[in-house]
Design a protein around this ligand. Structure first.
Ligand code: ZN
Length: 280
């Protein structure tokens, strides 16, 4: 099992950049990284080329896991959706240059009075088109449901229903443990799923606030909160998930105030404990 770092985890720590994150991955034994496209990637590319990024990753032995994140793909205006396709195409081109195979996309948040059937209809039609576009670049699209009431797709069951209807080999799901817990996704839904459709797993934990009230800032080191991570991982094993990599993704202000070296070191210790106990 490989370990990846999501750049959100040390996002607001002092003096951080994409290069800094890659160096800390190397220093603390992470295998992969999820570059943040909306800030870290853009900052990097304002001063460097994508070819330089490919070289930098290679020089430090770190592979890119997934681009994070293509935001708010469904139920958009025509113009908004065209923008999503342009962004996707850009990420696919970057992916080919740096060997990144997956784009994570998240559903639209705070839609005003839109029915579930309209959400499903839009999500399915957008993902079919996005999946076909990504396939031309040999890339995958991975839908990350958001475990909050304001998100238009907020449980595993709902996201899985949508990607089943899309029915493309390169369109699957990002299972973020925090989001899985956030709206009380059912382990029985995960147990019924095809593990090959789980493309990315975000590892984290959370404080025990009531379902529907959890925010990203409530995330905790994996194994120190209230999520039954072992149950999630044991279920993933049973349904044929690739068991290839998990990515540590936290957004906790308290951790942002720490030295980034400590964030990487402590994060690795907690992640390794979960991995060891579930995957040997
Ligand atoms: Zn996530």
């Amino acid at each position: 099992m490989k370990l990846s770092m999501n750049e959100a985890t040390a996002l607001s720590c002092q003096a951080m950049s994409l290069e800094q994150d890659i160096l800390l991955c190397e220093k603390y034994g992470y295998d992969m990284i999820e570059p943040r496209t909306m800030d870290r990637m853009r900052d990097y590319l304002s001063e460097h080329s994508i070819e330089e990024l490919a070289e930098f990753l290679k020089a430090h032995g770190i592979k890119p896991l997934a681009f994070n994140t293509l935001c708010f793909f469904n139920n958009r205006s025509e113009e908004g959706y065209r923008g999503i396709l342009d962004e996707l195409k850009q990420m696919c081109k970057w992916g080919q240059k740096i060997g990144c195979k997956t784009v994570i996309t998240v559903p639209t948040v705070s839609l005003n009075k839109v029915t579930r059937s309209e959400i499903h209809k839009s999500a399915i039609s957008c993902l079919k088109e996005m999946g076909k576009l990504a396939a031309d670049y040999d890339m995958r699209v991975s839908v990350e449901f958001i475990g909050h009431p304001a998100a238009s797709i907020n449980t595993f069951g709902e996201a899985y229903e949508i990607i089943q209807a899309v029915d493309l080999d390169n369109v699957g799901i990002t299972l973020d443990c925090f989001h899985f817990h956030g709206m009380d996704s059912k382990i029985s839904d995960l147990a019924k799923a095809d593990g090959r459709k789980i493309f990315i797993v975000h590892l984290n934990d959370t404080e025990d606030f009531p379902i529907g009230s959890l925010l990203d800032e409530d995330r905790l080191w994996p194994g120190t909160g209230c999520i039954n991570l072992d149950e999630i991982f044991q279920t993933l094993k049973k349904i044929g998930w690739a068991q290839d990599v998990v990515s540590l993704e936290l957004f906790r202000p308290e951790y942002y105030r720490m030295n980034p070296n400590d964030v990487y070191r402590i994060g690795k210790e907690h992640a390794d404990a979960i991995i060891k106990r579930n995957f040997g």
